[in-house]
Design a binder for this molecule. Structure first.
Ligand SMILES: *Cc1c(COP(=O)(O)O)cnc(C)c1O
Length: 439
């Protein structure tokens, strides 16, 4: 990877990164924030407002990172700031139940048919880890199926990636994860129902459940193939396995009833995060009462958290969902219109510059894949891995120079927020036109 000489435009960020790297591995609190795969140093955030983020050198960027998904209303929406401020004055944490938890739980349950009860946790990682524990306890079976390229947080058993392909045992994708743990994780290619059928035919008595992103977002945006989710639902029903939708990214992002309502599929368990915390650390898992009643203290399956259901996080979540779920606000309609405008603008700009890309989108989740040929659908990790990451890196850096902040990897989803507007979308498209032309 060639590194562009950093300009004086980001001088303070470069200095901050040197200081950060002395005291934190790689200078960041989460690896995706390092700009390693795009060949430059990360920029440091100073503040955000609406769809604009400002770095510590006082450069403004139109933001498509959105904190990697939570900021559906953009930065610092008034209602969320007010709710959090009010909550902070009353106490930041109690270790006692608060009524705010019941309120947010009811909002989630009202919005998602498959969810009768929820448990709040602090991160998506905790939500998926706990849902899997529950699936294993409910079925008394050891194995979990995950799809190559889907991300469900960093718990040991789920840190498994490609390599061996379908129908083989998973291999750890991080040192420090023993094979004895990932032996119980089975890998399948995304969108391949036949492979799932074959795996169940071989191992149904071992399979506690399947966990997947109903729209893959962590290898770029990949919608489910027609019939795929229903096929998995049928397999789980037939073989007494639990279908877990990891909607940490898609939940309240793609539809007011989440991806499961968009596609009309009922999972047994749903994991939520990102949007339900409105920018605060909050996540949840939920499902049918008979399953959720297995969780301690109602039942025997243990899972706990000192800061779970935190009052500030609940306040931010309630304020965010109140705004997005109110039909009068037209949030989902606006997100759809803006995101469709962005998609077609990017497609036209790329075609004009003769750069082959495939733009995939569901609602306000979007990825511009630098595919070998234009408009060739990306359906699974194998397809994603054929994309040109060098081209993406070049595109990313020009966009940054043009004042547009994208997630720093070809394998990420871009998020449009309700705070974007047609003018900022059009500026983004103009910037993309320059970036494509410069390739
Ligand atoms: C972000 C994400 C997670 C992990 O959530 P954290 O809060 O980062 O632990 C899990 N699953 C999906 C689908 C995600 O997008």
């Amino acid at each position: 990877m060639t590194t562009t000489p950093q300009t004086s435009r980001t001088k303070l960020s470069q200095e901050a990164f040197v200081q950060a790297s002395k005291v934190m591995p790689g200078g960041v609190s989460s690896p995706v924030r390092a700009y390693k795969s795009v060949g430059c140093d990360p920029i440091f955030a100073k503040s955000g407002s609406g769809c604009i983020v400002t770095d510590i050198d006082d450069n403004d960027y139109i933001d498509y990172v959105g904190s990697y998904g939570p900021l559906i209303l953009g930065h610092c929406p008034d209602s969320v700031v007010a709710a959090m401020t009010k909550a902070a004055r009353k106490g930041s944490s109690f270790g006692m139940p608060t009524e705010a938890e019941t309120k947010l739980a009811n909002m989630v349950i009202d919005a998602i048919d498959s969810v009768d009860q929820v448990r709040f946790v602090n991160s998506g990682t905790e939500a998926t880890m706990s849902a899997i524990r529950l699936a294993r306890a409910a079925t008394n079976k050891p194995c979990i199926i995950k799809c190559t390229g889907c991300y469900h947080g960093h718990s040991d058993g789920l840190l498994v990636e490609a390599g061996s392909g379908a129908l083989t045992l998973g291999h750890p994708s991080s040192p420090g994860v023993p094979a004895t743990i990932t032996d119980n994780t089975l890998l399948l290619p995304y969108n391949d129902l036949a492979a799932a059928e074959k795996l169940f035919a071989q191992k149904a008595d071992q399979i506690a459940g399947i966990i997947l992103e109903p729209i893959a977002g962590n290898m770029g945006t990949i919608p489910p193939a027609p019939g795929y989710l229903q096929g998995l639902r049928d397999l789980c029903d037939k073989h007494n396995a639990i279908l877990i939708f990891d909607e940490v990214m898609t939940g309240f992002r793609v539809h007011r009833g989440c991806a499961q309502t968009l596609y009309g599929i009922t999972p047994d368990l749903t994991c939520l995060g990102k949007v339900i915390g409105g920018g605060m650390p909050c996540a949840a898992y939920g499902g049918k009462a008979e399953l959720m009643q297995l969780m301690a203290p109602a039942g025997p399956v243990y899972q706990a958290g000192t800061l779970s259901g935190n009052p500030l996080a609940m306040a931010a979540g309630i304020a965010t969902l109140t705004e997005v779920l109110d039909p009068e606000n037209g949030v989902y309609e606006n997100l759809e219109a803006l995101s469709a405008r962005l998609q077609s603008g990017l497609e036209v700009a790329a075609k004009t510059a003769n750069v082959p890309v495939t733009v995939q989108r569901v609602g306000s989740m979007l990825t511009c894949f630098f595919t070998p040929t234009a408009n060739s659908p990306v359906t699974c990790f194998d397809d994603v891995s054929k994309c040109d990451t060098e081209k993406f890196a070049t595109f990313f850096r020009t966009m940054l120079d043009e004042g547009v902040l994208l997630p720093p990897s070809q394998y990420e989803t871009w998020f449009v927020s309700h705070a974007h507007d047609e003018a900022t979308i059009d500026k983004t498209i103009a910037a993309a036109g320059k970036a494509f032309a410069a390739m």
